[in-house]
Design a protein around this ligand. Sequence first.
Ligand code: PLP
Length: 341
Amino acid sequence: MAHIRLSTNNLRSNLEILAKKAGGYERIAAVLKDNAYGHGLFIFAKQTANQGVLHAVTRDAKEALEIEAFFADIIVLSEHKENFFAHPNIIFAVNEFDALKSVPRGAKIALKIDSGMHRNGLNPKELDAAFDTIKQNGVILHSVFTHYRAADETGSCFFWQRENWHAIKSRVIELAKKHSINKPFFHSCNSAALLRCGEFDEDFARVGIAMYGYCDMSEAFGHFGLKPVLELFAKRISTRVLKNGECVGYGGKFTAKEEMISSLYDVGYSDGLMRYGGCGELSTSNGSLILGRMSMDSMSVNSEEKEISIFNDAAVWAKEFNTISYDILVKLNAKIPRFFV
Ligand SMILES: *Cc1c(COP(=O)(O)O)cnc(C)c1O
């Protein structure tokens, strides 16, 4: 079967770069949503905690409960308000005013404010009413946060949104004082925002893609020396020699122009790979050409090796499929065995 190897050293090196930028490991919240971007939730959580990360972020409560032993706190980004509960180290993001009203007494929340992305979050005008509700209902305000719509793009958008966010933070500090609530933590940066922000001055950054070794940002922001953590391997099932003129696979999309080796490897689009159509020049990590259309459980490669690395840089596949590395990584089927080396 195909398997995934995760590099302990590359993760360590990425976390070092990010901790340096953020001002310490305690200022990194590892974003582990969606099976840790396809890397494997449990083992990745354990490894990041071993390497000194204290905070985590997940998509839902189920993910958070699976890894709660490893972190001081875990922020759950997208849980439905019916499923909120009070828990010492699980913090529910509240993404609209209506959801705030359903938070049970004693539950911890991270209040999301819409500073300009207009995807979700409370309107800044709702802050006063939100603090009244928090106080009245005995809800614990862990943090206040926002998300940038264009942290990875050049242009003025990021700066304009940061100005909005600064004003929101000032108002939150005033309101916390007024209601005698502890000043909440503030966090606004994802990977791109942290890497480009100059001086980082918040309580922590929510770091996803950069921790996994990618930075899909414009070259204008420079190079940060991040290294991909994940490598996908497949095993050979069979080997044949193609004669000049023979075509491989469904639709015969690849035609041999001379005698050549073709082996079938045990990974395909059922494993979460994008379905390669066989007409391009996509190669494996060591440059062996992928021959023809990918099948459900297998693909042909010009190689004889018993085991090959299909990719060690998801950006190559992202480019081929006109998408982002997140999209390639997160789709990798959870059933593929994963381990750290
Ligand atoms: C996914 C996500 C992040 C992490 O983004 P990266 O670009 O992977 O660093 C941070 N914050 C929120 C709200 C997210 O949904």
